[in-house]
Design a protein around this ligand. Structure first.
Ligand SMILES: *Cc1c(COP(=O)(O)O)cnc(C)c1O
Length: 431
């Protein structure tokens, strides 16, 4: 498979280069030259096929010969070695729980796959490799956990001070070893901007071999297709494909879902469920793309004013908004509605959602009430305990802490504080 830059001003590269570069030299996102079709036998027999086999069939055409087959099988096996259950909540609504991995959020899957691919690729590089990443919350923890102890790779994580949950912060700042956390006095978009500047800075790049681990990296983006196939494996009514509601921030997760659909996965409709950060719902309404300043919400991992991956979604639909609209819609949900939904579903169905999942749930509920013949699932992107500060007051009860988190919460935070000024990041990187 070859990848081209969506800015169309960079050379076409293979999976290896696309993974190592993160972003193309012209600052475009990489996109596969062809979207492969899933083997119809795989879809027909999916209930009998193991998750490892499904994932391997999905990803193999994207990786090509850049990783030997046995190594790729091992990487995939380590990526999907935890439960991804589709849990039925009401007659029409299920939750696809993606929070059973090591950092209790869906980003574990992409981060685990990417870190292992990169670990394989850097074996041939004799410069220090730095993974530079901005996080709005869960990326950092997943990346830190994925890369922890990987030889030859240092990870530098920028996060907005005071704008990630206390559990998230511990996951970023307590590992040590090859993982460094920079606590930025600013917003997530500031962090992302600073990271972009570093990638464009030749002096920094001469000093360090920089690569990204954000959802723009193909090795993080593409494996996010896996769990939509696992959901189909568990979907009971094969003659009525699901409506899929994805709580969305940077739109990487939903873009992977749409890619899976383009490869042949049966889906009735996609909903990109946003919080108050409504750039895409507004774009669909007005057909005018206005970048907005991010607004802080209780679903903070989706506080994104300019979702990077939306250009990939437009590319899948060949820039035809009419075609996009046939299978895709997007809406914006308030914090108040999110709190009410968490409380209501908990008291009525004893199902506890985190604030991100809850945004997806409300969007799905609204869509299904307008389309009564359909059923669907929302993606539960994080364990509610990661957002206990939001969830506990809403339900008036404490959320039991899984033992894996207990240990992290007891560790000492270690971060370097910087202002939202590129110069400060540069000084740190030039040492
Ligand atoms: C990152 C994240 C999202 C948003 O995913 P995108 O791929 O950026 O749209 C949603 N929920 C949680 C918990 C996240 O960590």
């Amino acid at each position: 498979m070859k990848y081209f830059s969506l800015n169309k001003k960079s050379p076409v590269v293979g999976f290896r280069e696309a993974t190592i570069n993160g972003q193309a030299p012209d600052k475009g996102l990489y996109f596969p030259e062809q979207i492969p079709s899933i083997d119809p036998n795989l879809l027909a027999n999916i209930e009998k096929i193991s998750n490892e086999e499904i994932a391997l069939s999905v990803i193999a055409p994207y990786v090509g010969s850049s990783i030997p087959a046995d190594k790729l099988a091992r990487i995939v096996g380590e990526t999907v070695n935890f439960d991804i259950p589709l849990v039925s909540i009401t007659e029409k609504i299920s939750a696809l729980e993606l929070f059973h991995g090591p950092t209790l959020a869906f980003k574990d899957i992409g981060a685990r796959f990417m870190s292992r691919c990169l670990g394989h690729f850097v074996q041939g590089i004799d410069q220090k490799v730095t993974v530079l990443v901005a996080t709005s919350g869960d990326t950092g923890g997943a990346v830190a956990s994925g890369f922890y102890g990987v030889d030859g790779v240092e990870v530098v994580i920028l996060y907005p001070s005071g704008k990630v949950s206390s559990v998230q912060e511990k996951q970023l700042t307590t590992l040590g070893k090859n993982i460094r956390a920079l606590e930025v006095n600013g917003s997530f978009d500031d962090c992302q901007q600073m990271v972009k500047q570093a990638f464009a800075d030749d002096q920094v790049r001469a000093k360090r071999f920089l690569t990204s681990a954000n959802s723009i990296n193909v090795a993080r983006w593409l494996p996010q297709q896996f769990y939509y196939f696992f959901a189909w494996k568990q979907w009971k009514e094969k003659d009525l494909p699901p409506v899929i509601s994805v709580p969305s921030g940077n739109f990487g997760n939903i873009c992977a879902a749409i890619l899976a659909y383009t490869s042949g996965l049966p889906v009735s409709h996609f909903i990109a469920a946003c919080n108050a950060n409504n750039t895409i719902p507004e774009f669909l309404r007005t057909e005018q793309y206005d970048i907005k300043k991010p607004i802080a919400t209780i679903s903070n991992a989706m506080d994104v004013g300019n979702p990077s991956n939306f250009v990939r979604i437009m590319e899948i639909f060949h820039q035809q908004l009419g075609d996009l609209r046939k299978v895709f819609s997007s809406c914006s949900i308030s914090d108040d509605d999110t709190r009410v939904a968490i409380k209501t579903l908990f008291s009525k169905k004893h199902y506890l959602m985190d604030p991100h999942g809850a945004v997806g749930y409300i969007a799905l509920l609204d869509y299904l009430s307008a389309h009564p013949g359909l059923k669907g699932y929302f993606v539960e992107t994080a364990h509610p305990v990661k957002f206990y500060d939001v969830v506990e007051p809403v339900i008036g009860a404490t959320v039991p802490v899984p033992s894996s988190l207990d240990e992290i919460l007891s560790r000492e935070k270690s971060s370097v504080k910087i202002d939202a000024q590129y110069q400060q990041l540069k000084e740190y990187l030039m040492v």
